[in-house]
Design a binder for this molecule. Sequence first.
Ligand code: ZN
Length: 518
Amino acid sequence: MTAIRTTLRYRSTRLCALAICLVAVMFSAALAEEATSSQPSGVDTSALSELRAAVHAAASAGLIADAQSDSTRADLADAPVYLVNLVVSDDLSEVHGMMEVSYTHQASQPVDEIAFHLYANGIGGRISVNDGRIDGAAAGIRLSDEETVAWIHLEQDLEEGQSITVALEFAASVPVSNIAHYGILTTTGRMSSLAHLLPLLAIFDGRWRVDLPPEYGDVLYADVGFYLVALEVPADTAVAGTGFEASRTTLSSERVRVTIAAGPVREVYLALMKDTHAVTTTSGGTSIRVFAPPHLASRAEQAGELIALALESFGDWLGTYPFSELDVVVAPTRAVGMEFPGAILIGESSFVQSSTDLTSRSGGPSFFEVVLVHETAHQWFHTIVGNDQTNLPWLDESVVQYVTWQHAEARYGAAGDEAFEQWLHNTYLRAGIPEAPLGLPTSAYSPSTYASVIYGKGPLFYASLEDEYGDQAILAALQLYLDEFRWKNGTTAGIRAALEASCGCSLGPWFEAWIYGN
Ligand SMILES: [Zn+2]
C-alpha cells in the first residue's frame, strides 16, 4: 500500500505503553474524530502493524507456554484485530457497543463491500447497527432481509493485501427465556449468556459466506482474529467465556470496566453472572473454571475433574490445549452443551441430571461425562481447526463424537466402548443407520435426520475406518489434519487427504459411500 496519512487515532496508540489501554484510546479518539471529520483518513500501515503486534502480545498472555508461538505465526500476521467497547445495562439485558475491526483483504478477487454476521438476529436476540465507518468516513450499511448480515459499502474496491478499519456502533437486546436456537443467547437478569452477540466478519472466498442453518444447526463459520474487549458492567458481575480477564478497573461504587484479551479465536463468547460459584481445577498449564449456581457447587467440582481428564487424553492424542483458561458456564438454556473458543456452555438441566450410566450397561461413562467430554473435544475440532458449521456440520460434530467414544474406551475399557456404542444406537440410530450421506449442509436434513446422521452415523464412519486400518492410523490422521489446518478452517478434502496419507490407501469408495453419497 502507498503511504497514507497518519490518523489521530493511530498516533494516539503510540503513546500507549500497554496494549490494554488501546481500547480506551481508540474509542475516545474515534469519537473525537467522528465529531470533527467525515473525510476518509485511510490506514497508516506501520501504525496498523504496531497495533496488531500490541493486541497479539496482549492475547498471548492467554496462551500456555507451548502455544506462545501461535500469537506470532506468520500466517496470522494479517488476521483481523477487533477492539470492542461494550456498556452493559444493570439488568445485563442491554448492550451498547462500539467496535473497530482492522481487516486485511486476503483474496485475489477485490470486494466493494464487507459483510458482518449479525448472528444475534437469527437466534432470538436483537442487534441493530446504528453507524458504520470505513477508515473514519461514514459508510453505507445495507442489511439482509432477515437482518442477520450487515453489508458495509466501500467507496473504493479493496484489493488483495489492502487494509481498512471498519468501525461499527451497535445496540443489542438479550432475550429472556429465549426458546430460539437452543436459547444460547439469553438472560435471567442475574445471568446473561452472550452467544454470538458481537458483529463478526464473514469469510470471503470468492463470495461472502453468510449462510445460516435452520434452527437445529450450529452457526459459526469465521476466521480467527485477535480481540481486546472492554466491558462496562455492574460491579458485582463475574465475567467468563472466551479469552482471559486482563484487567478490572473500578469506575464507581456500582460499575467496573473489565478488559478481556483473546486470540487466536473465531469469536468471543461472554457470560455475565451475578450469582455464581466458581470452581477452578488445573490441568497442565490450563485453569478449568466452572461457573455454576451456588447450589450446584459439588457438580461443578466433578465437572472440572472430568474435563481435566479429557484435556489430558486429548492433549496426548491431538496436541496440548492451547489456552491458559477453559471456562465452563452453566446457564438456563435448552442446549445440552455448546462449544465456543476457550469456553463451554452447559444447560442447567443437563448439569443437574444425576450421574446415571449412559445406558443400562454398567461400567461406562455417565451422560454428564459424555456431554462434558464432547464439548471439550470441540476445542480441537471447532476452536483450533474450524469449519463451516452451516454447510459441513459433519466436519466437527462427527469426529468429536468419535474421539469422545475413544475417551470412553480409554477410561472404562470394553465397558466404556460398548456403552458408548449402545448409546449411539439408542439415541440416534433407533431407526437404523440412515442412508443420507454425512457431507451435506444442515438444511439438507430434517431435524431428526440431522441428529442421526451427523451425531450417530458420523462416529460409525470413523469406527469403520478404525476397524480396517487400526486406531493409531486414525489418530495419526487427526493429528495431521489438526496440524495442517491449525487456526484455519478444515475441509472434507482436507480430512480425506489426512486419512489417506495416514493409511497409505485410497479412500475414494469410503468417501463415496459415507460422505458424498453419489
Ligand atoms: Zn458438538
